[in-house]
Design a protein around this ligand. Structure first.
Ligand SMILES: [Zn+2]
Ligand SMILES: [Zn+2]
Length: 344
């Protein structure tokens, strides 16, 4: 039931050789990341919906095992009944009966990550326009130590705070966002990574940044930097870790227990000049139009409205979460012009 081959093969297992071996291994790390996201993109919506169901069932079972009956009950109810607005070929909107808001819930995580995207994208576009900066995606890693997740997260965040105080950082960056990613390698060791969207003022040699990171951490020089060509895609990539902070299907009861102890830990934030910019930012109509706020567009859709993709009228289908993957399958395979009728 729980698949042993997961799409989210942990990047940590790819990082380990980097620390001990050659430069080639460092490139392997970069390549694996690309392969990983390509692999994720190849999964169909029905496969992803099925995986979310399995993840929730797994979490709920673990919660029951820990005596967290209330949590298990919330997870079971979350998104269990759905109202699906569809033309038969496209799904315009899904309204759940209940949302549990638990941080590891994959359905609530998706909602949270969509909210973050529609909140920060206009600010990022505005900031880039006004401050003449270019965005980069920076992944900071640290060497493994015997510590729990909380200690590991604190260590990497403290190092990042130190990095921001240094002249090199201030000369080259004007703030950005950070998010935490927790991973567990095949040996069961925890690793924490910091994903940063940094707004860069000017180019620099990556070896210099590596040196700076080594100077603040004392023992880590492994980082990855890539230019973000499209900020919407870059932001989506980074908030992914807010919705999916770790690979839950490899989770045991002890992991869930530890995670419940992290309740108040922040997983995403802004820093530097970008943080100040966000405080004062008032999006203009132009900004909203430029972003194309899909969330608010979808919010206004009701039964009888035209499907935004094909103009056919939308109808409201009630189904259980268990039926959704199959419905996605039907939608994915239905030829253009043919409206699925078996669900009427
Ligand atoms: Zn939920
Ligand atoms: Zn349609």
């Amino acid at each position: 039931m729980i698949q042993s081959t997961l799409s989210t093969d942990l990047i940590t297992s790819d990082i380990l050789p980097v620390l001990s071996k050659s430069k080639v291994a460092r490139h392997t790390y970069l390549d694996n990341r690309v392969t990983k996201s390509q692999r994720e993109n190849r999964r169909t919506r029905s496969q992803r919906a099925r995986e979310r169901l399995q993840t929730k069932e797994h979490l709920s079972r673990l919660a029951v095992g820990l005596g967290e009956v209330e949590l298990a009950d919330k997870l079971d109810r979350c998104h269990s009944r759905l109202s699906v607005l569809t033309c038969g070929r496209h799904i315009a909107r899904i309204i759940p009966n209940f949302t549990c808001e638990f941080r590891l819930c994959p359905d609530c995580g998706r909602r949270r990550s969509r909210k973050l995207q529609s909140k920060y994208l206009p600010m990022m576009r505005g900031f880039m326009l006004h401050r003449k900066v270019t965005p980069v995606h920076l992944v900071l890693t640290q060497t493994h130590r015997k510590e729990n997740r909380k200690q590991s997260a604190k260590r990497i965040k403290d190092s990042f705070t130190k990095l921001q105080r240094r002249g090199f950082w201030q000369n080259h960056f004007k703030g950005g966002t950070w998010s935490l990613e927790f991973t567990k390698d095949k040996k069961g060791l925890h690793h924490t990574h910091l994903h940063i969207i940094g707004f860069r003022r000017k180019f620099f040699d990556i070896e210099l940044l590596r040196g700076e990171w080594l100077a603040v951490t004392g023992d880590s020089h492994v980082l990855h930097l890539k230019q973000i060509k499209d900020i919407a895609t870059g932001l989506r990539e980074v908030v992914k870790y807010v919705s999916k902070p770790l690979d839950i299907r490899r989770f045991g009861a002890a992991d869930l227990k530890e995670f419940l102890g992290l309740k108040n830990m922040r997983m995403f934030g802004t820093f530097g000049e970008f943080r100040d910019f966000c405080k004062d930012f008032e999006p203009s109509d132009n900004d909203a139009a430029a972003v194309g706020d899909l969330e608010s567009l979808a919010r206004d859709l009701v039964e009888g409205c035209a499907c935004p993709q094909c103009n056919q009228p939308l109808f409201d289908l009630r189904m259980s979460a268990k039926e959704l993957p199959q419905f996605y399958e039907q939608v994915e395979s239905s030829p253009p012009g043919k409206v699925g009728t078996s669900w009427n």
